[in-house]
Structures are given as structure tokens and as C-alpha cells.
Write a protein that binds this ligand. Structure first.
Ligand SMILES: [Zn+2]
Length: 214
């Protein structure tokens, strides 16, 4: 089994104090760093996505310009490429990230599968090339980019888990609806201690347990 982690949009603009700050976003950043610190070998490949919009246009209607944002299809300007708002949250330790994905240049893009690396490689290509079969998903926001990324991962044929203590949503009601929809689509909805248990199961058994008595 080849296991990947998707860290979705843990960026300054999506965390407390950002242009589109989500409650619990900073805690997600710290929690994901803790997960990777506890289990440095748990994931064969770690992907992280960033919303990476144009600053000179409305990104095909994604940014509200003529009216107030509806927080469903239109949003305050956020995650403009090259600004601090588009940076990873400082509590996200980025050393363990293998693949950096950018999405949303000039268009709305909720799923990590809509993005590419700087070299233009797609997520689907990279998953196939590395033989990934299982993906854990964490990040922001549960009801938008986490949801869309998880649905696309299922579509790609992956076994998918969303780690519920390491996601944060725009609104409680739509986040609960998103998790229910994902469960219906075959996504396992679980807490990050499931990752702890899986890591322990993968570990080589302790030799002392089989040492014969004198
Ligand atoms: Zn966006």
C-alpha cells in the first residue's frame, strides 16, 4: 500500500486574521505539523496545495467585485499569488512536503486535482507515477476545497480518508453536509488517531515479544 497525505490550502488567508479566515485554521496548521512529526514515515508522499489567484482580475468571477461576496460562489479577494496571504500558515512545518501544488491562477479552483506543480505536472499523473492507492486528507476548508479534493480522489480510484480533527470549515452546517456527502461517496471519515493506529500496524513487531524464556 502506498499512502499519500493531501494538505489542502493551509494558508494565511484561510486562517484566523486572513482575508477569508476560517475558525480553527491555525489549529489545523499546528495539528498537521504534529501528525507529520509523530509519524515521519507514515506517508510515502506528502502533497500540499495552495490557492494561487491572480491579483489583477476577479479570477473568472471568483472574487466578488460588483456586489458583496455570497460565500458560496463569490468570495473576498484572497490568496493572491506572491502575497503573504497566499503563504502557508507559519505553524505548518513544510519540511516534510514533497509536492507543492498551486491552483486557481485566473479561475476558481477548489480541488487539488485542478492544480499543478511549478513544472506543470498534474496531481493525477503524480499519483499514478508513484503508485499511490490510499490518501489521507487534511486542511481547509472542509465544505469547499477539502470536499472537492476528496471527491476527485475517489474519482481517481483512491481509498480516501478525511481526518476530521485536522480540517476546518467555513460554516458548521455546510461542513457537516460535506462530510455526510463524502461518507456517502465512500470516503472514510475518521480522526487522526486512526493514522496513529495504521502506523503502529505497519511497524515491525517488537523482537522482545518473541524472545524465548530462559
Ligand atoms: Zn480561491
Amino acid at each position: 500500500m502506498t499512502r499519500a497525505l493531501f494538505i489542502i490550502d493551509v494558508q494565511n488567508d484561510f486562517t484566523e486574521g486572513g482575508a477569508l479566515g476560517v475558525d480553527g485554521g491555525a489549529a489545523v496548521a499546528a495539528g498537521v505539523s504534529s501528525l507529520l512529526e509523530r509519524h515521519p514515515e507514515a506517508y510515502d508522499v506528502v502533497f500540499a496545495s495552495r490557492d494561487w489567484h491572480d491579483g489583477a482580475n476577479d479570477n473568472c468571477g471568483h472574487f466578488a467585485t460588483d456586489a458583496a461576496p455570497d460565500f458560496v460562489d463569490t468570495w473576498p479577494a484572497h490568496c493572491v499569488s506572491g502575497t503573504s496571504g497566499a503563504d502557508y500558515h507559519p505553524d505548518l512545518v513544510t519540511d516534510g512536503i514533497d509536492v507543492h501544488i498551486r491552483k486557481g491562477q485566473g479561475v476558481p479552483a477548489y480541488s487539488i486535482f485542478e492544480g499543478t506543480t511549478e513544472d506543470g505536472e498534474t496531481v493525477a499523473e503524480l499519483l499514478t507515477a508513484r503508485g499511490v492507492t490510499t490518501i489521507d486528507i487534511v486542511g481547509i476548508a472542509t465544505d469547499y476545497c477539502v470536499r472537492a479534493s476528496a471527491l476527485d480522489a475517489v474519482e481517481h480510484g483512491q481509498h480516501v480518508r478525511v481526518l476530521t480533527d485536522l480540517v476546518a470549515g467555513v460554516a458548521a452546517e455546510s461542513s457537516a453536509a460535506a462530510l455526510a456527502e463524502l461518507a456517502h461517496a465512500g470516503v472514510e471519515i475518521t480522526a487522526s488517531d486512526a493514522a496513529d493506529a495504521a502506523d503502529a500496524a505497519d511497524a515491525v513487531p517488537d523482537d522482545s515479544a518473541s524472545t524465548p524464556a530462559d
